[in-house]
Design a protein around this ligand. Sequence first.
Ligand SMILES: Nc1ncnc2c1ncn2[C@@H]1O[C@H](COP(=O)(O)OP(=O)(O)O)[C@@H](O)[C@H]1O
Ligand SMILES: [Mg+2]
Length: 345
Amino acid sequence: MDTPPHTPSHSAKKSVSSITTGFEGSMPRFVPETSWALSIQPEDFTEENFLGSGRSSNVYKVVLHNVTSSPFSLTPPTSPVKSSFGKSASPVRAVKVPVDKASRKILRDEARIHSQLAHRPEYMQHVVGFFGLDESLDAIVMEACEMSLESFINKDLGTLSRDMRIGTVAASYKLLASQLITGLQFVHSNGVIHGDIKPGNILLRAEESAGNVAFPFKAVYCDFSSAKVRNADWKRESEDGGGTWDYMAPRLLTYKGSNEGPDEDSDGYALMMTVLYYVLGGSPYRQAQNGFQRREWAKQGAPIVYAMDDMELENRFKDLEEKVGDGVKRWFEQRLKGNWRELKT
Ligand SMILES: Nc1ncnc2c1ncn2[C@@H]1O[C@H](COP(=O)(O)OP(=O)(O)O)[C@@H](O)[C@H]1O
Ligand SMILES: [Mg+2]
């Protein structure tokens, strides 16, 4: 669930913030667009504008006023974000603001990863649109999405009647899986391991053409704050993935395995756990007595077994099997076993 916003930890500054993604080396260099740099003010980071939060940030919706020129002057040759948004005079952005000093560095690193992915033209189909880093705040400026997958599961699906819920889930879980699989393959093919895939780190962009009636969205990845670039040193401190073990591949929960860090397959496992959470509407490990037990359960890598021990979740799973035919269990089991790339039904 979304938590209420913390008071922004930085002092409200009147000074003009500057947006840049001028990273060194091979990173693409985006030209800062001063007219919207002027528009981002800490005064906008209010409860009313609050979109969500996580371990390292609060995210706010900000309307950029007084934008005189095209709002999309992030003009590297590819300009990936340009085509998806019209030229509106007051574009809306999501601004991810660090909660403390340590998070500032995390967000700068995250912006670097976005920047690395953003030079690929297909980027916009799989990852939340990235507009740059506001260097005075170390805030990431993004496309504002409709909501996170987590809030869709909890607030939208969670309030439907049993029949409506199961109809929606049955009509959409494979579509969601395929959007996420294609997206993850894009991320991996650019040398990036996400490292913290879970419903709160997936955003839903309202896009009917990509979805269907039950799920009129395109699911895109956000929160690259635990990501690693292949061959670069993996930072051990980012292992805990925001404090939930549920999505972590069993290997990462053993001491030896965690030293080696996340890889493509642990991302794939987390992806399938995310889809499983989507169909169940809850964690298969939610009945654990404490964090220790929860971690031990997750380590076994048998989420379906635990879901079947939870009456409500078991019933939801049975409803789904009734609706789409059995084989749902096998569908998940095979993919959780390492076959996560399998798009076929
Ligand atoms: N671009 C966005 N559009 C809409 N909501 C967002 C956006 N980015 C983040 N959020 C919301 O803020 C939450 C925290 O963002 P996230 O990037 O996961 O931060 P953290 O690194 O602190 O976990 C997300 O779970 C989501 O609810
Ligand atoms: Mg997050």
